[in-house]
Design a binder for this molecule. Structure first.
Ligand SMILES: Cc1cc2nc3c(=O)[nH]c(=O)nc-3n(C[C@H](O)[C@H](O)[C@H](O)COP(=O)(O)OP(=O)(O)OC[C@H]3O[C@@H](n4cnc5c(N)ncnc54)[C@H](O)[C@@H]3O)c2cc1C
Length: 361
């Protein structure tokens, strides 16, 4: 049977960063990704200041020019919250960490291109169209069953079995908000009802009315659409996002948000280019069990209200470092990982306490 030292499930920022750290330590690692890259991912696609610092640190620089969309830069001072009485005022989306402030100019990117670039930079073999299905393990080896969705699978006459087993010493779950790997090791994850639904649309626009280019607008008022509504521009599309409780009709919330934008700011939106949703289950972070390590969003890493790319890159890289150290010097990779992420956990707590729409400031 095919065997590797490490299998990483998911080729988002966490998976790519984990593989990058492992390849740097000369560890044999393969990434299993269920989609074909470049793949779309629901996201506002903003690289906050910390993300930029981490890209320089772990990937040696920022992405190339074709990854960005227009306007390329969003100043932190141009993220604005709106309230009926006060009008617009600055909204803080990212906080400094360990006494360090991050760059205050954020970068507007296409997630599809950004994640593809990260995967190319990480130096690991990438199995695309390949999804993790189930896992068994004994004391030394983990067997991962993967499903390969390729042309043979789609061809009714194909002989090839789309199901394959791959063995590894360590399995990393970097498979995001709907993590299968977390489900392998976390009973609560499998059974927990959804807490929040997020719905996003990319819309053509005829006129942005009184809203300005290079700004990102945030609304925390259920009357506007739902708990969280936001909008900014990407090339010739407006990116609109609505987040609310599962008991509410999120599509109706989006319609309310659009009507509000038209009435209040004379925004004229056209055809929906793309609409998509995802769910969030709020559980305490879980870094894994035994030789199965969880990272990025699968582990529960995210800052403030969903600033997750930096948390994914940082936790992913640290997962890779922990496994590389355990392979080289012995010890538990999970314990090393837990120890080397205490500052990230503290930062998550700090951010949670400062989510002002939750604490009602
Ligand atoms: C609406 C919205 C807007 C956001 N905007 C921002 C933003 O502007 N800036 C920011 O920093 N963060 C943002 N976030 C958060 C950010 O998108 C996530 O925190 C981040 O993508 C997490 O990265 P990850 O690598 O952990 O997971 P992901 O990026 O989700 O990557 C997981 C990968 O695993 C693959 N996968 C899943 N299941 C399997 C399987 N069974 N087998 C194989 N592969 C699998 C997926 O295809 C995917 O490629 C936003 C989130 C949402 C919902």
């Amino acid at each position: 049977m095919e065997q590797h030292q490490v299998l990483v499930v998911g080729s988002g920022p966490a998976g790519a960063a984990c593989a990058k750290a492992l390849r740097k330590a000369d560890v044999d690692v393969v990434i299993i990704e269920k989609e074909k890259l470049p793949r779309h991912k629901i996201c506002s696609g903003v690289l906050f200041g910390q993300t930029q610092v981490l890209l320089e640190k772990y990937f040696g620089g920022l992405p190339p020019h074709d990854v960005y969309c227009t306007p390329k830069e969003i100043s932190a001072a141009h993220i604005l919250e709106w309230k009926a009485k006060e009008g617009f005022f600055p909204y803080i989306w990212e906080m400094g960490k360990d006494g360090v402030d991050f760059p205050q100019v954020y970068l507007n990117i296409w997630r599809s291109k950004f994640d593809h670039w990260l995967a190319q930079q990480c130096g690991a073999e990438l199995r695309q169209n390949c999804s993790a299905r189930s896992m068994t393990q004994d004391s030394a080896i983990i067997n991962l069953t993967v499903f390969q969705k390729d042309s043979h699978t789609l061809d009714p006459g194909a002989q090839k079995d789309p199901q394959q087993e791959i063995a590894c010493q360590y399995l990393v779950g970097a498979d995001g908000w709907d993590s299968s790997v977390r489900g392998f090791v976390d009973e609560q994850w499998r059974t927990k009802p959804v807490d929040v639904i997020v719905y996003q649309e990319y819309c053509a626009f005829k006129n942005m009315g009184t809203l300005r280019k290079g700004h990102w607008y945030v609304f925390f008022n259920p009357a506007v659409g739902d708990i969280l509504c936001c909008m900014h521009r990407k090339d010739d599309l407006a990116t609109l996002c609505v987040g609310g409780l599962p008991s509410r009709n999120i599509r109706a919330g989006m319609a309310t948000f659009k009507q509000f934008l038209a009435d209040q700011f004379q925004v004229s939106l056209g055809e929906v280019d793309r609409g998509e949703g995802c769910t969030i289950r709020q559980l305490p972070p879980n870094l894994g069990a035994g030789r199965v390590l969880l990272t990025g969003e699968a582990a529960g890493f995210a800052y403030l209200n969903g600033e997750g790319i930096s948390a994914a890159i940082d936790s992913g890289y640290r997962t890779g470092l922990a496994i590389a150290q355990a392979i080289k010097s012995g010890g538990s990779a999970l314990d090393i990982y837990k120890n080397n992420t205490t500052d990230m956990m503290a930062h998550m707590d700090l951010c949670l306490k400062n989510m002002h729409f939750l604490v009602g400031q």
